[in-house]
Write a protein that binds this ligand. Structure first.
Ligand SMILES: Cc1cc2nc3c(=O)[nH]c(=O)nc-3n(C[C@H](O)[C@H](O)[C@H](O)COP(=O)(O)OP(=O)(O)OC[C@H]3O[C@@H](n4cnc5c(N)ncnc54)[C@H](O)[C@@H]3O)c2cc1C
Length: 453
């Protein structure tokens, strides 16, 4: 957001108050903007980032398999052909529902008649916000870059020490949360250390890195069937990942993690355990569930509010089975498309808004080197075939032909060579100078000892 400080205020647009304003150009917001744009309706789309992010492949950026540019695309470019859609870069910090005005971080404001909130979700540290400073979660490109830098630096530090205990600590990575993100991070980090880094170090042995996946529930991938969970656990264990289930994390400190009453020295802890709705959702003043999602009706209207809609991860939408829909890209995409079309019809001929019905296309996750799980109803696939399914779906869903081609080529190259092309640690991938300086300080004393015979 710092880049936005010097920008002129967004007020000129605010005066055209009859417009529909969408906040968030994620999967949901983008689809709604496209549909409204197709109908020629004037729309303002606000996002704090200038890019749309394909979060399902973010873990590959975090583990040096893909570059940031492979999974993100400028919002303006995606919406270039929809002339009635105006994209504004800005972070909404508060919502004045009485005045129907959005207040932005740079002090400007944008007013609205119709508001569509699609600001997604954020990390939740279950009442331990202090863990957030030690254990990064994965949600944005900045998060992915930070995790990539911290993972690679952990091995660099290990290489620079000859103290076996310190070496082992640096190469111990704990991942908290056994959902798809935790499973994908664990598998990919194990693969990175066992296959890619193993050949490049002289003192440290990255292949001996300890990767721990810690899940509080009775099994990993709880959204899948038991059979699939068991397969995923076995597959990760084959890659050398230690999987702990029914295990609650009690404490996270800079150099250690405590669970089940024992404290394990660690080089890095990653957080993939909890999510909560974007804090902006609470600003509406509407009723929310315990994770902060706004309760919406069958047409995605925020309950009790006029002309205000909430979609995607920020919404609590009850599906046909009576349960809230999960936080998935396909849910957000379908909701965005549906609401955009439904509103376009409503504006064109006054048709009432249509109820949304979610059509699940199956659930999938990667569990290590070219193995995945896929489940839809009674169809359950594992291994290679599921990986192919996963790869085709993800490449298809990526925005833009160029990304599809580049990502496919990189996967093919990685499969043949075990190489990872995005293993760079750059200044901008480390949040600020102090941690880098600390890393250098931490490693420095051991240089002298490494010179000894
Ligand atoms: C690591 C990871 C892996 C995932 N893997 C999968 C998967 O394999 N399959 C799957 O189906 N789903 C997956 N998901 C979930 C999926 O990405 C989300 O369900 C989906 O992105 C939700 O879409 P959305 O439009 O609600 O929000 P998002 O896509 O998160 O978009 C929200 C947008 O709002 C913007 N925004 C937020 N706050 C503000 C503000 N105050 N002002 C302005 N703009 C704001 C953000 O910049 C962002 O562009 C994954 C998620 C993560 C984090």
């Amino acid at each position: 957001m710092s880049a936005l400080k010097d920008m002129p205020p967004a007020e000129p647009v605010a005066s055209r108050a009859s417009r529909i304003v969408i906040v968030g150009a994620g999967f949901a917001g983008l689809e709604a903007a496209k549909e409204l744009g197709k109908a020629g309706l004037a729309v303002v789309l606000l996002d704090r980032q200038n890019h749309h992010l394909f979060q399902p492949l973010l873990y590959q950026v975090a583990t040096a398999a893909l570059s940031a540019t492979d999974v993100a695309e400028p919002i303006r470019k995606i919406l270039r052909r929809y002339e009635s859609v105006q994209v504004l870069l800005g972070e909404v910090t508060s919502i004045d529902m009485a005045g129907r005005v959005l207040h932005l971080a740079d002090g400007s404001s944008v007013s609205f008649d119709y508001l569509i909130l699609a600001t997604g979700a954020t990390h939740s540290y279950f009442g331990h916000p202090e863990w957030g400073r030690i254990a990064p979660g994965l949600k944005t490109l900045a998060d992915a870059r930070k995790i990539r830098a911290q993972s690679l630096l952990a091995f660099e530090r290990a290489e620079r020490t000859i103290d076996p205990e310190e070496q082992a600590r640096h190469m111990t990575i704990a991942i908290v949360g056994g959902g798809p993100t935790g499973v994908e991070l664990a598998g990919s980090l194990a693969e990175l250390s066992r296959y890619t880094l193993a050949r490049d170090f002289r003192s440290a042995r990255p292949e001996a890195a300890r990767i721990m996946l810690i899940e509080a529930g009775p099994r990993i991938l709880a959204a899948f069937s038991e059979k699939i969970s068991d397969y995923a656990k076995r597959r990760l264990e084959k890659l050398g990942v230690e999987v702990f289930v029914g295990t609650r994390v009690e404490k996270i400190e800079k150099r250690s993690i405590t669970f089940d009453g024992r404290t394990v020295p660690v080089g890095l802890v990653l957080w993939a355990a909890g999510v909560a709705a974007s804090p902006l959702a609470a600003q509406l003043g509407a009723e929310t569930d315990r994770t902060g999602r706004v309760l919406v009706d069958e047409a995605m209207r925020a309950k009790g509010l006029d002309k205000v809609f909430v979609m995607g991860d920020a919404a609590h939408f009850v599906g046909v089975d009576g349960k809230p829909l999960p936080g998935l890209a396909q849910v957000a995409k379908q909701q965005g498309r549906h609401l955009g079309r439904s509103l376009a019809r409503h504006f064109r001929d006054g048709a009432p808004l249509e109820p949304f019905i979610y059509r699940g296309r199956g659930n999938t996750a990667i569990v290590g080197r070219h193995a995945a799980v896929f489940e839809q109803g009674r169809t359950k696939l594992t291994g290679w075939i599921a990986w192919l399914f996963w790869a085709v779906i993800h490449v298809y869903l990526l925005v833009g032909f160029q990304h599809r081609l580049m990502v496919s080529l990189q996967w093919l190259w990685r499969y043949i060579t075990f190489e990872r092309g995005a293993r760079l640690v750059t200044d901008d991938s480390i949040e600020s100078r102090p941690p880098e300086a600390a890393a250098a300080r931490e490693a420095a004393p051991t240089i002298e000892r490494a010179d000894q015979p």
